[in-house]
Design a protein around this ligand. Structure first.
Ligand code: SAH
Length: 215
């Protein structure tokens, strides 16, 4: 296991300052980013860049999201201590760890077996206890529904109905919607009551695609 040192803590504090300058104000989110050792979620060859506000390649041709994107999505969820959040796209586990540090009960789905196995072990070693599932995020996790919020960390061609159905009334779905290879729009969809939803759109982002059944 690689180490977390005072030097890494210093770099994390600088990253938090950068996120503040870019407009992130949510204290719980900033505090969590200040605690999670991002360098342990990337391959050792990328470790020196881990506290730059950038996305990086991880296993299975995927990426670890940019810290700004993680902070932005975490803020939009509108959740805190004890809330239940479902994440689609566990990837490196970094977003899941940030939510765990915020006191959230995290459920997360990943469809790449290699990543799922690696990240499950890593999160356990680092002391996080999210509920992880290997499978297709388009279906959500009906067994544990409803959720206070759902965050999708891959580019979705549309808003999956199964995910809307697993939201509590008042809960939010934060999902980047758009064609693969182009920019996506960050939607924040709130369940107003059993039958109706409202939608806000928040700027452009770039994600790897949300794929359906594994070929
Ligand atoms: N939250 C991650 C971001 C990983 S990138 C992090 O913090 O690092 C997006 C992830 O979504 C990839 O790991 C990809 O394999 C996964 N993914 C894509 N389609 C999926 C689907 N249908 N169900 C579950 N995971 C999916």
């Amino acid at each position: 296991m690689r180490k977390d040192t005072p030097k890494h803590q210093g770099l994390r504090n600088q990253l938090v300052s950068i996120l503040k300058e870019k407009g992130i104000e949510n204290e719980a989110v900033l505090e969590a980013v200040g605690k999670v050792p991002r360098h342990l979620y990337v391959d050792s060859s990328f470790e020196q860049f881990a506290y730059k506000d950038q996305a990086f390649p991880i296993r299975a041709n995927q990426t670890i999201s940019q810290p700004y994107t993680v902070a932005f999505q975490s803020d939009l969820l509108g959740v805190g201590e004890g809330d239940k959040v479902l994440e689609i796209g566990t990837g490196s586990g970094y977003q899941a760890a940030v939510l765990c540090e915020m006191g959230v009960k995290v459920y997360s789905i990943e469809r790449q077996k290699e990543l799922f196995d690696h990240t499950r072990e890593l999160l356990q070693q680092l002391g996080y206890r999210p509920t992880l599932k290997f499978g297709d995020g388009y279906k959500g996790m009906p067994t544990y529904a409803p959720f206070d919020a759902i965050v999708v960390t891959a580019a979705a061609p549309n808003v999956p109905n199964a995910l809307l159905a697993q939201l509590k009334v008042g809960g939010r779905l934060v999902i980047p919607v758009g064609e693969v290879g182009e920019v996506q729009r960050m939607y924040c969809i709130t369940r107003k009551d059993e039958k109706s939803f409202s939608r806000a759109v928040h700027g452009d982002f770039r994600f790897v695609p949300m794929l359906s059944d594994k070929e």
